[in-house]
Design a protein around this ligand. Structure first.
Ligand SMILES: *Cc1c(COP(=O)(O)O)cnc(C)c1O
Length: 375
């Protein structure tokens, strides 16, 4: 058995090598390195896959979030509600644009934004809400959208970890994550569920007017070349990445299934252990397991992380410091925000290897060793 990887992109590539190599070679042969047919076709294929009207590709997931906020014409000091329990990019763009991040707590089962906390955090200055579909689990979007609509606040979904996930509304309507808010954002960072071989990102919307604006902002504020109507940025999806992503999009549903079966194996191995809480699978969504994240109760989590490493088993702590305690946000004075679930989860969570190529042999090795370490 080779060394187990947190994410194994080498083995995944071997299975799609012929198609990926041809796609890359095709871009080089055509010399269409910027824009070109692959970027446009990926946008069309993604729009169809997600059931959204408009897809605006961009350079990475952080840019996608930044461009989304820029398109809402917010003023410095406007408040944006986000969870603290997320990757820093969600929050960083808020601060970058001189907006005020307002942190809400998460649910201890789903690890996603608690809707009652959002309700309490809304003020007349709230101008956007950013739910994060963390680890591949959808936020409970129906009550969130109802609440946001009552207050006329746009919702920007951070779908960087959950592309391919589905959410079922109470009337039976099924929507893909990223397609439900005013704007959806994703990242094609290599380790994401739909990852390229470099950086990439995309923005989704059903609103034609917003789509025009998002596209302009991503392209120096211009609709017509050299006529710049607003301050934007330069955020393009690389054409070679688009060509690779078109190949991988065709595999995405299969990749989600592979992740889910690895999760099933882990669940079965850990389900009866009194100190381990396996990931909750909300009835309203299909978990796509960007991460397989356990809570370790009454055990020294950092000791487990270290002992796994001693046995050549990688594991990760996502994320060791919650956003509200990051030095980056010192000026906002959020360090002592009362976010008890976030603070608790930060000490308990540990993510195990999760990718599309995990074998039974590897899963058995990981689970056996983890159970041995915990005792
Ligand atoms: C990865 C990620 C991002 C940022 O994506 P990049 O492509 O790395 O800029 C944003 N939010 C979340 C939740 C992420 O996991």
């Amino acid at each position: 058995m080779d060394n187990i990887q947190m994410v194994d992109l080498k083995r995944q590539y071997q299975k799609i090598k012929t198609d990926v190599d041809a796609a890359i070679q095709n871009v080089i042969n055509s010399a269409a390195f910027i824009g070109g047919p692959d970027v446009a076709q990926l946008s069309t294929e993604l729009a169809e896959y997600l059931g959204v009207k408009h897809v605006i590709p961009c350079a990475n997931g952080t840019d996608a979030l930044q461009i989304a906020l820029m398109a809402l014409d917010l003023q410095p000091g406007d408040e944006v509600i986000t969870p603290s329990f997320t990757y820093i990019a969600t929050v960083e763009v808020v601060a970058l644009l001189r907006l005020t991040p307002v942190f809400v707590d998460v649910d201890e089962d789903t690890f996603t934004m608690n809707i009652e906390s959002v309700r309490k955090a809304i003020t007349p200055k709230t101008k956007a809400i950013i739910p994060v579909h963390l680890y591949g689990q959808s936020v409970d979007m129906e009550p969130l959208l109802t609440l946001a609509n009552e207050h006329n606040i746009p919702v920007i979904e951070d779908n960087a970890q959950a592309i391919g996930g589905k959410y079922t509304f109470s009337d039976g309507h099924v929507a893909k994550t990223g397609s439900m808010g005013a704007i959806g954002c994703t990242s094609f960072f290599p380790s994401k569920n739909l990852g390229g071989y470099g950086d990439g990102g995309a923005i989704f919307t059903n609103d034609a007017e917003l789509a025009v604006k998002l596209k302009m902002i991503a392209n120096h504020g211009q609709k017509v070349k050299y006529y710049h109507e607003m301050v934007g940025c330069n955020s393009r999806l690389d054409t070679i990445q688009a060509a690779i992503l078109r190949v991988k999009l065709r595999q995405l549903d299969g990749y989600c299934d592979a992740r889910r079966s690895a999760a099933d194996y882990y669940d079965a191995a850990f389900k009866n252990h009194p100190n381990i809480i396996t990931p909750f699978r909300a009835p309203y969504s299909t978990h796509v397991f960007h991460q397989y994240t356990l809570r370790l109760i009454g055990i020294d989590r950092d000791m487990v992380h270290k002992k796994l490493a001693d046995r050549n088993i990688p594991s990760m702590i996502y994320y060791p410091v919650p956003s509200h305690k990051q030095a980056m946000l010192k000026e906002y004075g959020t360090e002592n925000n009362y976010l008890p679930v976030t603070d608790m989860l930060n000490k308990e969570v540990i993510s195990l290897p999760m990718h599309t190529e995990l074998t039974k042999e590897e899963l058995s090795f990981i689970t056996t060793n983890l159970l041995e370490i915990i005792g």
